[in-house]
Ligand binder design. Sequence first.
Ligand SMILES: [Ca+2]
Length: 124
Amino acid sequence: MRKVIVGVAFMLGALGISPGLQTASADIQDCATGYYCHYRDAYWYGGHINGTGNINQFSTYGFNDVTSSIIDDRAFRVFSYVDSFQGGSSICTSAYHFESNLADIGFNDRISSTAAGSTYSTCP
Ligand SMILES: [Ca+2]
């Protein structure tokens, strides 16, 4: 298992992506450069939705309250909110960072919208 974690961390590093709140494991799913991606399962499994700007209602895409991991492969930070239209509490992912398992920070299967910053790369 450790070998897998190190290998994937290396792969992510090669892609210019570095850890946000967690370290990497398993294989990275496709998240195109210039997008942020929200995955149904931890460690970027289970399919994802992506965006470049705000997504006001994840429910529109059948993705309400299912996100378990995130990659931000954009030059700007992205906030993920527990309610639609950027409501409720949120977590921030800095540019080129990722969250491997939202369960570790109490946000698993809770995300309902995003605010995609276009000014700041790092979280407050
Ligand atoms: Ca999930």
